[in-house]
Write a protein that binds this ligand. Structure first.
Ligand code: GDD
Ligand code: MG
Length: 377
């Protein structure tokens, strides 16, 4: 791989624009199953629209004009929904890997589609990150530092599920430790937040035709070759929506306005009801709940901090909190669903109790009163 070993003089000082972006949307979303059985993670609705819409809208707001979507798993569903991107004011291009190429391989695989010049900045996003990151500030950091790659870093309490990125006093990245295994490896609470600005020529240098992990191979390789990786710690809202709990929280935070997005389709107080949904007058919807198109909410139902997807039915007196009810699923009368995920088309009969961490598979049928929760067990 060819890399620059000395940093060039800062170019175009003060220029904080980036017009081209790559979105990595090819992962299998395994931790999010069963939501991702029929739908790739970025297409699962959050606050009423496929999650990816929020990322695209935020990129557009930061000046991005053209986005290349690096797809793999369930690749065929993206283009029919977003088309050429004109409805978002963007130009979209789709590239599909026949076999998944990993996060770095996916970047290399789309390099030839970029139109930026060799030294121009290209924005790269993981497709499951909900963040208030100031994208222009990241680009400005990249430009003023003359870095080869600039990374958005955030601080988390438990960094083990992420890439650790220690930096020196100038913010220059000194190591990249993906998913640390041992306590000795936990050298910082700064993690890779999944948004980068790359010098385009760095993307061109990623090897083709085989899987490459940007975190395990490209970044450590660049560091070893003396390249300049710059970290920008930004402690704004940040969430990786890789787990059901995180996804549900992210959707609610979008509705509540805690997570910024120009793409939330209009909210009413602390809930969002899509126009064709039908909600009983005495149903209580709170804490960022979203009710999808054609969903039906019965009398006296109470739903808080939850996402009820299109066409789902929540029957009378059901109580749903911090949960995701899949498209076309049905929750029976008086059933309690708390911190759980009900897959698309599943039917949960009346008088059940589904508690934390339960995942009901797509199309599964639970008879009335089949599941009860007892804290005495
Ligand atoms: N095109 C394509 N091909 N995309 C992929 C592939 C692939 O083979 N594998 C993963 N992706 C996409 C996923 O769809 C996701 O948007 C992104 O790459 C990151 O993959 P995840 O599977 O979500 O990774 P992670 O959450 O475990 O870790 C990553 O994100 C963390 C921040 O949330 C790493 O980048 C960590 O370093 C980082 O801290
Ligand atoms: Mg992730």
């Amino acid at each position: 791989m060819h890399v620059r070993t000395t940093s060039p003089a800062p170019c175009r000082s003060g220029d904080d624009t980036v017009t081209e972006a790559i979105l990595l949307v090819g992962g299998k979303g395994t931790r999010l199953r069963p939501l991702t059985v029929h739908t790739p993670k970025p297409m699962v609705p959050a606050a009423g629209v496929p999650f990816l819409t929020h990322q695209l809208a935020r990129a557009k707001a930061a000046g991005v004009e053209r986005v290349v979507l690096a797809t793999s798993y369930l690749a065929e569903v993206f283009e029919p929904y977003f088309g050429d991107g004109s409805s978002l004011g963007l130009s979209l291009e789709y590239v599909t890997e026949r076999d998944p190429l990993g996060t770095g391989g996916a970047l290399g695989n789309v390099a030839s589609r970029l139109r930026s010049g060799p030294d121009d900045p290209v924005l790269v996003f993981n497709g499951d990150i909900l963040t208030g990151l100031d994208i222009r500030a990241l680009v400005a950091t990249h430009t003023s530092s003359g870095a080869d790659v600039s990374l958005h870093l955030t601080r988390v309490e438990d960094p083990r599920a992420f890439g650790l990125v220690p930096t020196d006093a100038d913010g220059r990245v000194t190591a990249f430790l993906e998913k640390p295994q041992t306590p000795e490896e936990i050298v910082t609470d700064q993690i890779n937040a999944g948004a980068y600005v790359f010098r385009r020529s760095v993307i061109d240098a990623i090897p083709l035709g085989r899987p490459v992990s940007v975190e395990r191979e490209t970044f450590p390789g660049l560091l070893a070759a003396g390249a300049h990786l710059q970290g920008m710690v930004d402690s704004t809202y940040w969430l990786d929506l890789g787990t059901p709990q995180a996804f549900v929280r992210g959707s609610a935070d979008l509705v509540l306005g805690r997570a910024p997005s120009p793409a939330v389709p209009g909210r009413c107080g602390d809930r969002l009801i899509l126009p064709t949904a039908s909600v009983a007058a005495d149903a209580k919807l709170t804490s960022g709940t979203v009710i999808g198109a054609s969903a039906v909410i019965g009398a006296g139902a109470r739903i808080s901090g939850s996402a009820v997807l299109d066409g789902a039915v929540v029957e009378a007196g059901a109580v749903v909190s911090d949960s995701l009810i899949g498209a076309g699923a049905r929750i029976g009368a008086r059933t309690v669903v708390s911190g759980a995920v009900v897959g698309d088309g599943a039917v949960v009969g009346a008088d059940n109790e589904l508690r934390s961490g339960v995942r009901v598979w797509c199309g599964a049928v639970l008879p009335a009163g089949a599941v009860r929760f007892s804290s005495d067990l």
